[in-house]
Design a protein. Structure first.
Lengths: 352, 352, 352, 352
């Protein structure tokens, strides 16, 4: 049997950064780590070295636990930070609330206390609405504030905004979790090292996203404050997130974070989103609805335009009621992709 | 940065088939599926085609749900087969009981009713000890019998043995789950198609193991009887086992199962175990303790011999009390590996 | 040892209907059921008869499962109505969301989809915000709408309002759960039989509250549509809500529901709340904030007045920010209690 | 409506101590605590005083948390002693393993590591079989040893036996939980204070059983070592075991434990079992199978005898295969009950 290619390797859309494949340097790294035997479940040479790689980015206290996917990283991290009776404060739009089929509740028994955040960002004022009731046994105890960077809405917290949230949380004995499925995009936008808006801002635990950043698959629970967690290695195993051939996760992270691939990929994706925003901003009938600070453009446009565009390019309607759409770019989006799409948007709007 | 190799690609041991890497044909398949955009979470062209591949092996009713690892496959499958108040009957030595950090209990709330099985195999007589009490609300309801093929002890059920278990289970309204982390090894040993001891024997749901069979990572929940499960796709997601870039799991399975790679790999690993058994059987002071029907040799030998051997080759002591050891072979074990190891065993025994 | 009374049996406050004791007729019933042996766990003569009692109120298909407390009733009922991957839509103010320490999430893995409802009542329009996404595995599946009657805010749905919610839910394949911790108060307010706003309105499962209605303890999961649930008796046991000496729960329900004690108690408590509302309504500086349709009065008054009143009578501040307080009456509240309290409110307001 | 008695208050059997009703002194206590308002959820005068009562029996560090039933007490206690990834070692015959519909697994995610114990009693030698593997993330971590006193088989640990188990457990960093559903029966048998085989022997947490000891309902999680638990009050609430009208649980415990009612009831039940054993021991065809150290007699007798006896008296067959039966006595069993039953046993055996 000869395996056949079943897709067009030159066709790209704007639906999700998950639609992209694997960066070639990552595939090379996997091949490099192949061959011979290595101890499984994380005692291999690549995973051992990985800690050094993560510490260079997140500080000397950081420990990384590779897992399979973002939901896994979030749920393992949040379990490690909470008692069985605790609750987690998050935005209504948070991935843990919206897109994980209830895994935080169902696997970890975590109650989510949600807050409306039109731009996807929590603030100390919003958090204050749920930050009360400690010691009252009738109330699941607010113990963690979980934020997403960059947010599900393509926006980005400043280091100062994160620091203010951490300061408030810690003052109340709460901890801060950061869902960093697109953490690299934030660093690229902010132009600062990763630790400046994580470790240095007071974040306790984060999920580092490798998949959307060009890996085949792989995320990591990164513990920044060892005092904030208990039992991560057991929780990872019991949450079915421990890879046997771990070397192949770890070497991908090394390929990403050992040099600047993580930043190149993210910066490129961000630039493509900005390019798209620049091309369509101001077109009559189209309104960009969120700041474009990462690799997503959110916009409202007439539904008939959306329908015609979706016949030509793949992307998602975000809000059926308002007609808002989401256009995402990835590490492999090209300028030509953007220009063709931007032109199509303009063209379809004209015909509306 | 140039990534460096951190291990010897020519060094192999006998500790676990998880210590092996990725078969080159699998890596090629991953590369083939790369490039361009594909819908994430399983709506890609490779996953679509995958159903056909699995149906060729398991029958027209089979549906495969790729997941990340064996624990994930088992827990998703068992959840789909059980109500919240059910129990699962298994051998004490079952992976779900021994090696999953309590994931069946902790993620799925499943009570395990365990049975002593010195050769790792359940029998209708053993199962009968727990097969009672339906309708009694004080007792978690026995709803599933879970067996492992080949077993954790390197033994293999015959198709008739599995059929007898299925017949008994179904008669009581129970279903049969099969942990097939090494299902390919069983087909190689038995010399029959996969369906002969699964679908045709009455198994309802199985976990198909790709990782130990040469994949980078990937297992599949394979539903053989659609009436035996509910909500697999939701349970997979909520159990954090849904890959975003699913095409890269699916194409590995296609590379494995589309042709005969699965069988070549398993047959080779099995042959290497038999070769090792043949070489050491009859050596004074060494006793092989289980039938060698897959890719493992279990043996008792003097502890000082084990200690000296473990300084030269990597393998695990299985039972500290009896001095039993486990030697595993993999798809990449060579005859030279076996001969060198066999010679070392003989040599160290002579010096004992 | 002679046991001593440690409290004043004539002192009553306005904090909660849970602060009241047991109605004397209930104590008599417990004594009546005492003596001799009766099969435990619900196969006694009182529990057997109980089904007839509940069916008289809720229709021929109703089945009642006595449990210990309201949280237990809600969580058992909701589990019986949901798959492992489902979600429940409820008001932000719902007891299941606010006052159960996360039991629905932690015991049952249920995701709650909450809605703001200033008067505690859901509407089809509100529900519509969460009633979407069936079939999408990334979203916990909205399967149940849970409403509270009378609500946590002392308001009462009309039979028509409940019927409209049920109609909408059923149209979408969802079921309706009703937390009836104060169901009797609703019947008293509406002046209709219990079934008119439950069974006949389309409710599938409800929690019937005995404790606040004058029992020592006891609630019941009442299944109105047998097709809406699975495994209630197993779930009750596994949720640790199955009483061994069940006859003493069942006979209390019989004392309550066999005659009109349930209605007398509820009507009296409601009347006392209305009497209080009538006495304080219009007092300068005091604003009643919710319709008084059950046994609670919600009001805003100056904080210094509240503080002085709380030194004289026990009641809770409901909202620290707005100064809203909650005054609850019980089956044993007397007109004299109300008049004394009403006078005190007026007096303290005058001194403000 | 006048409530009617539906059972014969003079009829008693030998099926279970749960079939008995409420001791009259307990009913009096409930009546005493009635009337007026008391703060709910445990801040009442009776619950406050209760700590003193329990401390007199269990030492100055003891804290009691009343709950509804034995499963609730066990699951709340075990949760408070374990991390999410822990396991509990117990006898196969333990109530937590056999009779709780999987509540430890399903509510708390606890993996049970069971051991065969023909007399219901664990020993350090048995425990050693599971006492290993700490630090290995693949294994649910053995953290608690749970024993039952008196056991489910009517046998009784000596203080020394319990001390030896505690010593072993603590040496390994494990804690000891004691299911004391019949703890009073043990004290009566041993003739020593309760603390001598609990607190003083090294037990960390126990479930104290009130229901079988004559209460209407009520058990207590009693924490003997405050350092062995976390979050009991939250876990009790989230496990749906927090009574609103708590005073009525607490006053029952006070009636039981404030004087000697607990001991009178248990000693009487024990004496009745011994009387029965004495009457039937040596009858041809009947074999007593367990030491009679509490309120149960286990015996093997011909199946036709059992069948005829069960038409005249209610009791359970314990083991269908061996024909073993269980005869239980209660606080209200009379000498006449025993003599009538003993005579019947003799009579039916003669006719066999």
């Amino acid at each position: 049997m000869t395996l056949q290619r079943r897709h067009d390797p030159e066709s790209r859309g704007f639906a999700s950064d998950n639609y992209a494949g694997v960066h070639p340097e990552i595939l090379d790294a996997i091949a490099l780590a192949n061959g011979g035997h290595q101890i499984s479940y994380g005692e291999d040479a690549y995973t051992e070295h990985l800690q050094e790689v993560f510490r260079r980015h997140f500080g000397e206290q950081a420990t990384a636990y590779p897992v399979f996917n973002g939901t896994g990283a979030n749920v393992v991290g949040l379990q490690a930070m909470t008692e069985r009776w605790d609750a987690v404060i998050c935005a209504e739009s948070a991935h843990i609330n919206v897109d994980e089929c209830g895994a935080p509740e169902k696997v970890a028994g975590i109650k989510l206390l949600t807050l409306p955040a039109p731009d996807g960002k929590l603030t100390p004022e919003l958090i204050a609405r749920h930050a009360w009731g400690w010691g009252d046994e009738h109330r699941a105890q607010p113990r963690v504030v979980s934020i997403t960077q960059t947010t599900e809405l393509g926006t980005c917290y400043s280091p100062q905004e994160i620091a203010a949230i951490c300061e408030q949380a810690h003052r109340h004995g709460m901890k801060v979790h950061l869902d960093g499925a697109r953490l690299a995009n934030a660093a690229a936008t902010l132009g600062v090292p990763l630790r400046e808006f994580t470790t240095d801002a007071g974040v306790d635990v984060l999920s580092f996203g490798g998949t959307k950043n060009g890996m085949l698959l792989g995320e990591a629970v990164v513990v920044l404050d060892p005092g904030a967690v208990r039992g991560v290695q057991f929780l990872r195993k019991a949450a079915m997130q421990l890879a046997s051939k771990m070397r192949f996760l770890s070497v991908q992270f090394e390929a990403l974070l050992g040099g600047d691939l993580w930043l190149r990929n993210a910066a490129h994706a961000n630039a493509m989103a900005r390019r798209l925003a620049d091309e369509v901003r101001g077109l009559p009938g189209l309104q960009i609805t969120q700041e474009v600070q990462a690799n997503a453009v959110f916009a409202v446009l007439p539904k008939d335009v959306t329908e015609r565009l979706q016949k030509r390019f793949r992307f998602y309607t975000w809000n059926e009621h308002t007609g808002e759409v989401r256009w995402m770019t990835a590490f492999d989006t090209t300028e030509a992709d953007i220009d063709a799409f931007g032109a199509a948007v303009a063209e379809e709007l004209r015909e509306s």
